[in-house]
Design a binder for this molecule. Structure first.
Ligand code: GCB
Length: 648
C-alpha cells in the first residue's frame, strides 16, 4: 500500500521517474466519479425546481434568460425529481407529451474549502439528460451536450469562486426534440388544417418502439479532484497460462511534473503487481480471471488498479488517488464461436430497457437491484443494452456479478435515407467515441453494437457502417463490433463489416401472425442463409411475442400467455439444433414490458416482456428459467454454492 505524508512528498517525487511530456494529453477522460482520499463526491439527486417552456416557439426561456435569476422568479415552477423522466410525474397530459425545452434548477451549498482552495477542481457531472442540454452555474454557461444517454462534465471552480458568498445555482435546460441527425433520429411534423387540428398542432415522428422519455435521467454529481489529477486510465487485459497481463495507460492533467505509482490489489487487498510508469504491463502470477456468471465456480473476480499521482506545479504539490476495478479476461471471435478466456461462450440472456412506472427512464437503485435479482433467478448470463447506453452503475453491477454485456449505442430507428448523411455519421462517430471512452474498462462489456435495425438495405448504409465499424475497431481493437439487423441476408449492406451477425426476427408475429407452425422452417432458413453467406457466428438478438398477463387460451392465440410459451419453445428447438454449429446466443425480446408511443399495435406499451412492467413473471419466465439453467449446466459451470439462485 501506498500512503505518504506531506513531509515525505519531496523525497517521493524524486524517487519516481518524471513523466514524459507526451504523457499529458488534452483532457479527454470520463472516469466515473469515485470518492478517494483525494476526491469528494456530492450527489445532487432529489428535488429540483422545474419549468417547461410552453411558449409557442419554446424559446421564451432563452429569450428571457431564465438562467440569469432563480427559476421561480421567471414564472411558476414545480417540484421535479432528479433523476427521473418528467413525463409521468404529473397529471398534466401536456407535460407527458411535451416536446421542447424544459428547465431544471437546484441551489447547492458547497463546502467552503471547495470554493476557497484554488488547488481543488470542482466538476459538475450530469450522468445523462435527454436529449440536448445547456448548463449554467450562477448564470454563467459552463457547457452544452448533444446526446441523451451519456455523461458530460464541466469544471466549475472558476465560476463558483467569482462570488464565494453566493450559493451555487445550477440551471440545466434540456430539449427532447429529435431530428434526422440525432440518435435516435426523429422529425417534427406540423398539421396546419384548421378544420382538423388546433392551432400549432405538431407531432414528433419516430421509428423506434419505446417512449421518448425525457429529462435528467441519471444522477447529477459534483466532485472534486486536485488541480493536477488522473484524467484517464485505459486498461486492456490478457493472460498466458496462469499469468495475467494488464496493459494500462494513465493520463494526467495540469501537472508540470508528475510521478505515478500504480498498484494492482487483489480482493484481499494484497498487492499483486505494481509499477512506477505511466503506462506498461502488469504481470500477475496465478491470475484469477474474470468469468461470466454461471461459467465458473467463482465468477466476476475483480482486482483494483490503484493509481497514486504525485504532481507539482510552480505553486504547489498535489496528490490524487483513483481506484479502478479491473477484471482480467479476453474476448475473441472465430467463424463459429464467441470465446471468453478462450472458452466458447453462449449468450443466454435478455434485451432490456431502462423503463419503469412513474420514473420512466430515470435511474433507480431499487429497480436495478430487483432486475439483477430477476436476471440471476432466470439464469441470464448476458444482456444487450437495447437500444442505448445504460447507466454506468448498471455496468458496474455487471462487472461485479459477471453479467456479460453487448453495449449498444442509441443508433436505433435509422430508417430515413437522410439520416445516412455526413452530419448524421459525424454525430454517430462522436457518440461511439463517448461510449467507448466511458465503457472501455468494463470487463462485462464484450461487444459494441453500433445500431439497431437501421435501413441497412439502403445504398448509403454500406459506407456508413463501414466507416462506423472501422472507426470503432480502431478505437478498441480488443472487442468485436456488430450492429443488429432485421434485414434480409441478401440485401443487408453492413454485414460484411461486423464480427458477429445479430439478427432480430418475429416469425408468427409480424409475419404469418398466429401461425407458430412456420417458426421451425423460417428460423432454420434464416440461420442457414446468414451463415451460408457470411460464415460468422450468429446471435438471435431478438425474438418474442406480445403477451397480456392473465390472458389465456388453448389452443394458443396471439397475446395470451400460452402463445408466448409456444413461440419461445418453437424458437428454442431450432436454437438447440444450431447452437452446436454457429449460433452463439439467444436474447429474448424483452426482459420486461415497457412503455411506447400510443398506437394501434400497442396496449399501453410493448407487452413482449417475460416480466410485466412491475416485474412480475408471466408463464414464459418459467420456461425461460428452466431453459437457461439447463443451458448453464451444459455450457458452463453452475457454482456449487448456487443451489437456489436468488439473492445477490
Ligand atoms: C424490434 C425492435 C424493438 C421492438 C421489437 C418489437 O425489432 O428492435 O425495438 O420493440 O422489435 O416488439 O416490435
Amino acid at each position: 500500500m501506498f500512503t505518504l505524508g506531506r513531509s515525505s512528498l519531496f523525497r517521493y517525487l524524486c524517487l519516481f521517474a518524471v513523466l514524459p511530456s507526451s504523457f499529458c494529453q488534452p483532457g479527454m477522460g470520463m472516469l466515473f466519479p469515485r470518492e478517494s482520499s483525494s476526491r469528494e463526491v456530492k450527489d445532487l439527486s432529489g428535488l429540483w425546481s422545474f419549468r417547461a417552456d410552453k411558449s409557442p416557439n419554446r424559446k421564451q426561456g432563452f429569450e428571457k434568460s431564465w438562467y440569469k435569476s432563480r427559476l421561480a422568479e421567471t414564472g411558476p415552477v414545480i417540484d421535479m425529481a432528479v433523476p427521473a423522466s418528467f413525463n409521468d410525474m404529473t397529471q398534466d397530459p401536456t407535460l407527458r407529451d411535451f416536446i421542447g425545452w424544459v428547465w431544471y434548477e437546484r441551489e447547492v451549498v458547497l463546502p467552503s474549502r471547495w470554493v476557497t482552495d484554488e488547488g481543488t477542481r470542482v466538476v459538475l457531472r450530469v450522468g445523462s439528460a435527454h436529449y440536448y442540454s445547456v448548463v449554467w452555474v450562477n448564470g454563467v454557461k459552463v457547457t452544452e451536450h448533444n446526446g441523451g444517454h451519456l455523461p458530460f462534465e464541466a469544471e466549475i471552480g472558476s465560476v463558483i469562486r467569482e462570488d464565494p458568498t453566493s450559493p451555487c445555482r445550477i440551471t440545466i435546460a434540456v430539449n427532447n426534440t429529435l431530428t434526422l441527425e440525432t440518435l435516435p433520429p426523429g422529425t417534427i411534423q406540423y398539421f396546419n388544417d384548421p378544420t382538423k387540428y388546433p392551432d400549432g398542432f405538431f407531432v414528433q415522428n419516430i421509428n423506434f418502439d419505446f417512449f421518448n422519455y425525457a429529462g435528467i435521467h441519471r444522477p447529477v454529481l459534483l466532485y472534486t479532484t486536485p488541480k493536477a489529477y488522473v484524467d484517464d486510465i485505459t486498461v486492456v487485459t490478457d493472460f498466458s497460462d496462469s499469468t495475467g497481463l494488464v496493459n494500462y495507460k494513465i493520463s494526467v492533467q495540469n501537472a508540470a511534473e508528475a510521478t505515478v505509482k500504480v498498484t494492482l490489489m487483489d480482493k484481499d487487498r494484497h498487492c499483486v503487481a505494481s509499477s512506477n510508469e505511466p503506462s506498461g504491463v502488469l504481470k500477475i502470477t496465478d491470475v484469477k480471471l474474470w468469468w461470466p456468471y454461471l461459467m465458473h465456480e467463482k465468477p466476476a473476480y475483480l482486482y483494483s488498479l490503484e493509481v497514486h499521482l504525485m504532481a507539482a506545479d510552480e505553486r504547489s504539490t498535489y496528490t490524487d488517488v483513483y481506484a479502478l476495478p479491473v477484471g482480467i479476461r479476453t474476448v475473441r471471435v472465430t467463424s463459429s464461436q464467441f470465446l471468453i478466456n478462450n472458452k466458447p461462450f453462449y449468450f443466454h440472456g435478455v434485451n432490456k430497457h431502462e423503463d419503469s412506472d412513474i420514473r420512466g427512464k430515470g435511474f433507480d437503485w431499487p429497480l436495478i437491484v430487483k432486475d439483477f435479482n430477476l436476471m440471476k433467478w432466470l439464469g441470464v448470463n448476458s444482456f444487450r443494452t437495447s437500444h442505448y447506453p445504460y447507466a454506468e452503475e448498471i455496468l458496474q453491477m455487471c462487472d461485479r456479478h459477471g453479467i456479460v454485456v453487448i453495449d449498444e449505442c442509441p443508433g436505433v430507428g435509422i430508417k430515413d435515407i437522410r439520416s445516412f448523411g455526413n452530419a448524421s455519421l459525424a454525430h454517430h462517430l462522436d457518440v461511439m467515441d463517448e461510449l467507448v471512452q466511458r465503457d472501455k474498462n468494463h470487463p462485462s462489456v464484450v461487444m459494441w453494437s453500433v445500431a439497431n435495425e437501421p435501413a441497412s438495405e439502403m445504398p448509403p448504409a454500406e459506407l456508413y457502417f463501414k466507416t462506423l465499424i472501422t472507426h470503432t475497431k480502431d478505437m478498441d481493437p480488443t472487442r468485436p463490433v456488430t450492429y443488429v439487423t432485421d434485414s434480409n441476408y441478401a440485401r443487408d449492406r453492413g454485414a460484411p463489416y461486423v464480427d458477429v451477425i445479430c439478427v432480430n426476427s418475429y416469425f408468427s408475429w409480424y409475419h404469418d401472425p398466429g401461425h407458430v407452425e412456420v417458426i421451425p422452417i423460417q428460423l432454420n432458413t434464416q440461420f442457414e442463409n446468414w451463415y451460408g453467406k457470411y460464415q460468422k457466428p450468429i446471435i438471435q438478438s431478438e425474438y418474442g411475442a406480445d403477451t397480456v398477463p392473465g390472458l389465456h387460451s388453448d389452443p394458443p392465440m396471439m397475446f395470451t400467455e400460452e402463445y408466448q410459451n409456444v413461440v419461445l419453445q418453437s424458437y428454442h428447438n431450432v436454437f438447440d439444433q444450431k447452437r452446436k454449429k454457429y449460433v452463439v446466443g439467444e436474447l429474448i425480446w424483452n426482459f420486461a414490458d415497457f412503455m411506447t408511443v400510443q398506437g394501434i399495435t400497442r396496449v399501453v406499451g410493448n407487452k413482449k416482456g417475460v416480466f410485466s412492467r412491475q416485474r412480475q413473471p408471466k408463464a414464459a419466465a418459467f420456461i425461460l428459467k428452466e431453459r437457461y439453467w439447463k443451458l448453464a449446466n451444459e455450457t458452463g459451470k453452475i457454482p456449487s454454492w448456487l443451489k437456489y439462485p436468488c439473492g445477490l
